[in-house]
Design a protein around this ligand. Structure first.
Ligand code: UDP
Ligand code: MG
Length: 321
């Protein structure tokens, strides 16, 4: 069988949206199965990322009612990116293609048709790309844009306006599994896999219900994680800055020596204090950035597991049979 599709959906406290997401996906699956685009034993896999509400209960109920729904329960909350990779790597052995999407119905389910078409044409990775960000708040739109510009400048290439809504073939997932890093930023990693890729445009909707699980603080740390886990350019920029400052200080000393012999006194301690503070600040910043990378190395060297799985409903069924 070559068309078995798994849709992986990380869920963190999504009890308000889950049944509606399940209903709409079930409808889409029925249509896709009827037209022969996907295999009859395809699955919709919800990943419960340590929710504290009824999310896991709802997933279990869905699974009991309809075998198209399955669930993966993580041992605790590990964050969106880890929940996503946990889902992808867990279903990999069962699927021919996997689509990842958010639970909140922001990703347009109808874009799946085109993704699957492109898979049948031989694509290994199909990115869902938003055609506009009109529905996002002005703040989210401008900060996100600035962030992706900065990322690309710093050499961490990502697909513009692509969140984690994408299709990947089994082969691409096998590739992804070989990227062992703990500091995970999937949007930057997936383009490194290669193979034949394409994009599908879709309209991004508003969150169906509930609130965003990405408050500003989490968004900033996500952005920081993205830059430092994909690029070492900030370290190089610090070296360049240090070199520049050193060069300026040599120029200044030459000027002062000349002035000394010309009999002009060097006056004003204000400029002195300012430069001491400026350079002190820059030094601290520089140490901070370097420290950030050392911290990253520390975490990678430990090689801790990125996730632990408490239950996978699909496999439990197979054991029972
Ligand atoms: N999510 C998760 N673990 C977390 C935070 C979020 O699995 O710790 C999931 C969440 O349930 C949703 C997806 O990640 O399916 C995207 O989160 P959200 O929609 O809140 O982010 P936004 O769209 O506001 O950026
Ligand atoms: Mg969302």
């Amino acid at each position: 069988m070559k068309n078995r599709l798994f849709t992986v959906i990380p869920c963190y406290n999504e009890e308000e949206v889950l049944s509606e997401t399940a209903r709409r996906l079930r409808k889409k699956y029925t249509a896709l199965m009827q037209s022969g685009q996907i295999a009859k034993d395809s699955r919709i896999a919800f990943v419960n990322d340590g929710s504290s509400d009824r999310t896991w209960q709802i997933i279990c109920d869905l699974h009991a009612q309809d075998p198209v729904f399955t669930g993966i329960d993580l041992s605790r909350n590990r964050g969106h990116q880890n929940a996503l990779i946990a889902g992808l790597l867990t279903v990999k052995a069962h699927a021919d293609m996997v689509i990842s999407m958010d639970a909140d119905l922001q990703d347009d389910i109808d874009a799946m048709d085109e993704m699957i078409e492109k898979y049948h044409e031989g694509c290994d990775i199909v990115y869902g790309v938003r055609n506009s960000r009109k529905k996002d708040s002005f703040f989210k739109r401008t900060t996100a844009e600035a962030f992706y510009r900065l990322m690309n400048r710093l050499g961490a290439k990502t697909v513009f306006n692509h969140a984690d809504y994408r299709l990947m073939s089994r082969r691409a997932l096998d590739g992804l599994a070989q990227f062992r890093e703990v500091n995970l930023f999937l949007r930057g990693l997936v383009p490194m896999i290669g193979y034949r890729t394409d994009t599908v445009l879709y309209e991004r909707h508003e969150r169906f219900a509930g609130e965003s699980k990405y408050p500003l603080k989490k968004m900033l740390s996500f952005a920081f994680e993205g830059i430092t886990s994909l690029s070492t350019k900030p370290i190089r920029m610090i070296s360049a800055l240090g070199f520049l400052l050193f060069f300026i200080s040599i120029l200044m000393s030459i000027i002062f020596i000349v002035e000394f012999f010309l009999g002009q006194t060097v006056s004003g301690w204000a400029s002195l204090i300012v430069s001491i503070w400026a350079i002190g600040g820059l030094l601290m910043l520089a140490i901070g950035v370097v420290g950030e990378y050392i911290g990253k190395i520390y975490m990678e060297v430990k090689d801790r597991p990125r996730f632990l799985i408490a239950r996978f409903l699909e496999e439990e069924d197979e054991h029972e049979e």
